[in-house]
Design a binder for this molecule. Structure first.
Ligand SMILES: Cc1cc2nc3c(=O)[nH]c(=O)nc-3n(C[C@H](O)[C@H](O)[C@H](O)COP(=O)(O)OP(=O)(O)OC[C@H]3O[C@@H](n4cnc5c(N)ncnc54)[C@H](O)[C@@H]3O)c2cc1C
Ligand code: SF4
Length: 569
């Protein structure tokens, strides 16, 4: 059941000439996003408060209908941060039930052929001994229970839609989205104005390409000294498979086909508990052919014999998609500003050399919590003053060390391709442990990489067979995505003419293909092409906000609780 925000106070404010009342609540710390970063930050805050016998008032909100509803990951979880947060996590029944027993890495050389890489040529960051295959959604549900037991107030079903700034520009909390506003902007009978959640410090843990994180990066110019950020789109399915095809604990990674000629990325296939496997493809969003459809690449990937032999006879049970932030240390913005911080994948703490971001997101949240707690207890610290000590904590942590050692991994693949880049990464990681005395950089933004459609070959994708491969609509159906239909569209176009006049003319409107939920369609009205936006299908993956070549699409939060309802992704 959706929890209600309680014990509110009221404040009158003016809106379009009308006097309105907005409720507000006050906290020491407000955290936006109940993913690994946000929840770990909340727990670390409470642990410090308990150790110092203090009361601390911490609130976490999440736009999903429940904690975990919007979490989609692989996931292989490296327990480094968890061991620090809860050394007794096993006694606390953390849902990490499947230790990795074996790693396999493949290079797919064609749609039927594969080379299995000997373990010794695989970068050591890709080895998974000591890690666990798990559902990150379920792991977050467990973290939320631990947090609530310590007194953290968690409110799922509430989107943070606006940032509160004081007169000096210091962040003072967030405003949750209004509910009950119609498609045309009118207040419906169900209208409820959003609520102010005021805080001494606000942590933004929205995950990859957070809408408020994006605003903060621009407002405080946080990325001014960094390289361009890079992203991938991860598309994933969960399958029940025949017991004879299942090997619990087996982790399979690979690259190559079908991502060839101007595209790159990699697939994963993890054999988790209960005769289930997760299969997915991460497509780097710097691909150049506008005809590329990551969804269709994933569907045809499953027909490769190495994967098909596992899925054959099984049943697909869930589908979803989510972008990942993968630029690493070179692209990591400044994390602090007056009144708060951005943490986890909202900033870009994922370690791409390991293809893992949950342990690093957790650690960034824990370090942020240390800085916030120190500030709250420092009489000489003015409330909301920037947490300048964070930089020192970060630079002396294993998180920084990890990100430093993997800083060239992604750029090497982007610049030199799979074979040469892969060879460099092997030498860099296995021989020099990521400490070569130079850094490879890629400063070209993903959305600038599309070539003109007229310079590219259309890609003809096979029709889905309904057994291993499926269409977008039936896929979205099993993501349990649901949005209140009569609400303002949360996919904002800065200029309504661009999709047809520029994107269709130059790039055959790539949104029709990069969106893994079929939200964007070019339809004909009175003989004229028009962009139709089916916002209710949106999986909140954020790809459109990232890849639109003109940066014309802004993803903002829809009404709270809308979006996918992933069971255990
Ligand atoms: C396909 C795929 C495979 C991956 N595989 C692995 C893996 O094997 N191992 C690994 O360690 N990592 C993996 N990752 C990366 C990992 O999932 C992320 O690094 C991790 O989830 C980041 O945690 P986070 O807390 O920063 O953000 P998230 O986990 O994205 O959580 C953010 C939360 O904030 C909420 N939110 C966002 N905006 C708002 C708002 N405005 N208001 C309210 N709530 C909001 C969201 O609903 C969400 O619950 C994978 C990612 C993908 C996409
Ligand atoms: S509309 Fe954008 S955020 Fe939503 S599923 Fe499509 S690409 Fe992802």
């Amino acid at each position: 059941m959706k929890k209600m925000l309680k014990w509110c106070l009221f404040q009158t404010y003016s809106y379009g000439g009308y006097k309105m009342e907005r409720e507000f609540m006050e906290f020491d710390v407000v955290i936006v996003g109940a993913g690994p970063a946000g929840l770990s930050a909340s727990i670390k805050l409470m642990q410090q408060a308990k150790a110092n016998q203090q009361d601390l008032n911490v609130c976490v909100i999440d736009k999903g209908s429940e904690v975990g509803a919007h979490i989609l990951s692989g996931a292989i979880i490296e327990p480094t941060a968890l061991n620090e947060l809860f050394p007794d996590w096993q006694e606390r029944n953390a849902p990490l039930n499947t230790p990795v027993t074996e790693d396999e890495v493949y290079l797919f050389t064609s749609e039927t052929r594969a080379i299995k890489m000997p373990n010794f040529v695989v970068p050591k960051t890709m080895h998974n001994q000591g890690n666990y295959i798990a559902s990150l959604g379920n792991f977050c549900r467990w973290l939320a229970v631990q947090a609530e037991d310590m007194g953290v107030e968690i409110f799922p079903g509430f989107s943070a839609s606006e940032i509160i700034y004081d007169a000096d520009g210091c962040v003072k909390g967030v405003i949750t989205g209004d509910m009950g506003v119609s498609e045309t902007g009118e207040q419906k009978d169900s209208y409820m104005p959003g609520m102010e959640l005021r805080a001494k410090y606000t942590l933004f843990a929205e995950g990859c390409r957070g809408s408020l994180g994006k605003e903060l990066q621009q407002k405080f110019n946080l990325a001014k000294d960094t390289d361009a950020q890079h992203y991938g789109l991860g598309i994933k399915e969960l399958w029940d498979v025949a017991p004879e095809n299942h090997q619990e604990g087996l982790v399979v990674h690979g690259s190559g086909w079908p991502l060839v000629k101007g595209s790159s990325g990699g697939f994963f296939l993890y054999h988790t508990e209960n005769n289930q496997v997760v299969v997915g493809l991460i497509v780097d969003l710097n691909y150049s052919n506008p005809y590329m459809s990551p969804f269709d690449e994933f569907q045809r990937l499953k027909h490769h014999p190495t994967i098909a032999k596992v899925l054959q006879g099984g049943k697909r049970v869930s589908y979803g998609a989510r972008a990942i932030t993968k630029g690493g240390l070179n692209a990591l913005p400044k994390l602090t500003f007056a009144g708060g911080m951005i943490i986890g994948c909202n900033a870009g703490t994922l370690n791409f050399a390991k293809i893992k971001g949950s342990h690093t997101a957790m650690k960034s949240g824990m370090l942020a919590a240390e800085s916030v707690f120190a500030a709250l207890n420092d009489d000489s610290h003015v409330e909301g003053e920037e947490l300048v000590d964070f930089d020192g904590r970060f630079k002396s942590s294993w998180l920084y060390d990890e990100l430093y050692r993997s800083r060239s991994f992604g750029p090497a693949l982007h610049k030199f391709g799979l074979m040469v880049g892969g060879a460099f990464n092997f030498i860099d990681q296995n021989i020099f442990s990521g400490k070569l005395p130079f850094t490879i950089r890629d400063n070209h933004a993903d959305h600038e990489q599309l070539k003109l459609a007229s310079d590219c070959q259309p890609i003809s994708y096979p029709k889905p067979d309904g057994v291993l491969s499926f269409d977008k609509l039936s896929s979205v159906f099993i993501s349990n995505t649901n949005h209140e239909e009569d609400q303002l569209c949360h996919l904002k176009l800065k200029d309504k003419s661009i999709p047809i006049d520029v994107n269709l003319a130059k790039f055959d409107e790539p949104a029709q293909r990069y969106c893994p939920a079929g939200v964007y369609e070019v339809v004909e009205t009175d003989g004229q092409p028009q962009l139709q936006i089916n916002g209710q299908n949106c999986l909140h993956c954020k790809t459109c906000d990232i890849k639109d070549p003109m940066q014309n699409i802004t993803w903002v939060v829809p009404e709270g609780a809308g979006g996918p309802n992933y069971p255990n992704m």
